[in-house]
Design a protein around this ligand. Structure first.
Ligand code: NDP
Ligand code: OXD
Length: 319
């Protein structure tokens, strides 16, 4: 039986979690964890597989014989922009737990804005006992941009909480209980959206899409008047200065941002101190490393048995 190709692991996650996750993973196959200094300068030629997240820019020069590249996350913009990416299948990470945790984050943010949590926190700090108006979820239309694995799950869970849901994606979709809009119907979608949720991949088409012009088209008929922007997709899809301006002039009433154009977010960013903004450090749905390695192993088994790989990225579309 031919020797199994080693797998390169180049994941800029928490190093201890990667080490723990690798215990017992990839049975019968050598793992070259590039975070381990013992592999510094090692010849990586002849190796077929690499699992990467924000990998070193010289990876593909060092490993010229890769047959499949695996993204350590659902998004692949960090791989597609790497120098020398070979023309081989690129597989992204699709995982029940990741999907569930993203929906938790989205539902949480919608509820925080619905229940005016920031205003109550402020009142509590000032020892003020006062009730505010109390619309319910059914009074709010949440519009989700990006109806892939994450967007569709988020819609289902928002519906459980009672929110009205609508969605927008490049190609037309049919989702129970939600009105959907295709790429050409963006303005109609925005006009009905009170809380806007971004779950788009970062591609040439979605770069900077969340900008002043788009915010100005959102509905102002929701219970709070001004709409809310919630982004769990990619920071490159938003224009940070436009968000700040929109919050300052009332075009937006609030925001929840997990992703930013520059990460980590600068300590001087105005977002940290804005009353109506929730900031989280790109943690809406971190990859579970054990699940990631199980997924990579499963796909390698399929590849080596001649079965088609799953969750393949369309390199032309960029996601
Ligand atoms: P999918 O590939 O399953 O879905 C992407 C969706 O975006 C599809 O509905 C697609 O449309 C739509 N889309 C892409 N380009 C356009 C466009 N130009 N115009 C309109 N719609 C478009 O991705 P996932 O749902 O799995 O993940 C979405 C993104 O979430 C990831 O790419 C990643 O960047 C981000 N993410 C963030 C995390 C975090 O912790 N903050 C964690 C995990 C992911 P169509 O259906 O027609 O193809
Ligand atoms: C991902 C992410 O793409 O965590 O999976 O951002």
């Amino acid at each position: 039986m031919p020797e199994k190709s080693p797998v390169i692991v180049d994941l800029k996650f928490i190093p201890r979690e990667v080490e723990d996750g690798l215990r017992g993973a990839f049975a019968g196959r050598e793992v070259i964890n590039l975070a381990d200094p013992v592999h510094k300068g090692r010849d990586l030629s002849g190796i077929s597989y690499a699992a990467v997240w924000k990998s070193d820019p010289d990876l593909f020069t060092r490993a010229p014989d890769l047959k499949v590249v695996f993204s350590g996350g659902a998004g692949v913009d960090h791989v597609l922009t790497l120098p020398g990416l070979p023309d081989v299948p690129l597989v992204r990470f699709v995982d029940r737990s990741l999907t569930t945790r993203m929906s938790e984050w989205i539902v949480l943010q919608c509820l925080l804005h619905l229940r005016q949590h920031r205003a109550y926190e402020k009142q509590a700090r000032a020892h003020v006992w006062e009730d505010l108006s109390q619309p319910e979820a059914a009074d709010v239309t949440v519009g989700v941009m990006g109806l892939g694995v994450l967007g569709q799950d988020a819609i289902r869970k928002l519906q459980v909480m009672g929110f009205r849901t609508i969605g927008w994606s490049r190609s037309a979709k049919s989702i129970e209980g939600a009105e959907t809009f295709d790429g050409a119907q963006l303005d109609a979608f925005l006009g009905k959206t009170d809380f806007l949720v971004g779950l788009l991949p970062l591609t040439a088409e979605t770069k900077g899409i969340f900008n002043a012009q788009l915010f100005s088209k959102l509905s102002r008929n929701g219970p709070f008047g001004a709409p809310v922007f919630i982004n769990g997709g990619r920071g490159g899809s938003q224009v940070g200065t436009d968000i700040v301006a929109a919050l300052q002039d009332g075009t937006l009433g609030g925001a929840s941002l997990d992703v930013f154009e520059q990460e980590p977010l600068s300590a001087h960013s105005p977002f940290w101190d804005m009353d109506t903004v929730y900031v989280t450090p790109h943690v809406a749905a971190s990859s579970d490393v054990k699940a990631l390695f199980a997924h990579v192993e499963q796909q390698i088994d399929r590849f080596e048995s001649g079965l088609p790989l799953q969750h393949l990225v369309d390199r032309k579309a960029g996601y």
